[in-house]
Design a protein around this ligand. Structure first.
Ligand code: 1Q0
Length: 215
């Protein structure tokens, strides 16, 4: 199930999942996108219960997308591109204010998509960090440049407090389960461009359809 997490986290697996996201013609497979997030949530869960409110929200969004994928109209949800087309053509998206479709695939995925930008920035700053860098600082800088502008004051405060409880850089690298710091940095060097590409394709698609501000 989405929430069971007995497997040990491994950054390489998450990386592989994001790699599977892109089709030959640069469409994004929803199944693998969601699996990538599942892997990240597994990581988050190893960091302790202070991150529970973040993990819960991510899991509930993952579950919404999984039900759409597995539902009657699942065939329309194989890629983000087909999802956007299907939901827009069938008026399944609340465009200006929350109404009949508060949990559309488009608005749900948009929340994860915005968080993916945070991840890209955070991982890139980890990649170029030094031994004495503080993960809490890297994380909040990335957050303030990305997700923060979409969050209420209360959520920003809670996030800021949680960031302070992040493990230090070395412990963080250990949890990634990749190997030496050099190997972690190399892996991040692969992961960041990949995540960035998935982000950019989704961003362009949403911009094209003018759905970057869904309620
Ligand atoms: C490592 C620390 C993790 C920090 C994650 C940064 C994001 C903070 C976000 C806090 C907000 C969560 C509370 C709910 C917010 C919702 O209001 C908001 C909007 O949704 P809605 O329905 O109210 O309109 N939701 C979101 O913005 C979605 C947030 C999803 C965050 C998912 C984070 C998943 C965690 C990933 C851990 C990655 C670890 C990185 C390093 C691992 C190496 C591969």
């Amino acid at each position: 199930s989405v929430t069971s997490d007995d497997q040990k986290f491994c950054l390489k697996e998450v990386l592989d999942t994001f790699r599977l996201c892109l089709s030959e013609n640069k469409e994004v497979y929803l199944e693998h996108y969601v699996a990538g997030w599942r892997g990240l949530v597994r990581f988050l869960n190893t960091l302790g219960s202070v991150f529970g409110f973040i993990s819960k929200d991510a899991v509930s969004k993952i579950q919404i997308l999984v039900s759409l994928l597995k539902g009657e109209d699942g065939s329309h949800y194989s890629t983000i591109q087909s999802m956007v087309k299907y939901e827009l053509e069938n008026q399944l998206v609340d465009l200006t204010k929350s109404g009949a479709h508060p949990t559309s695939g488009c608005r749900t995925l948009l929340r994860l998509h915005r968080a993916l930008r945070w991840l890209e920035l955070f991982l890139d700053s980890l990649r170029t960090s030094t031994e004495d860098s503080k993960t809490s600082v890297l994380c909040s800088v990335a957050y303030n440049e990305s997700l923060a502008k979409f969050h209420s004051w209360v959520v920003r405060k809670a996030a800021g407090m949680a960031f302070c409880l992040l493990p230090g850089r070395q412990d963080f690298f250990d949890i990634m389960n990749v190997g030496t710091p050099e190997q972690v940095v190399a892996m991040l060097g692969e992961a960041v461009p990949l995540i960035s590409e998935v982000y950019q394709i989704t961003e362009d698609l949403y911009a094209q359809h003018n759905i970057l501000d869904l309620p």
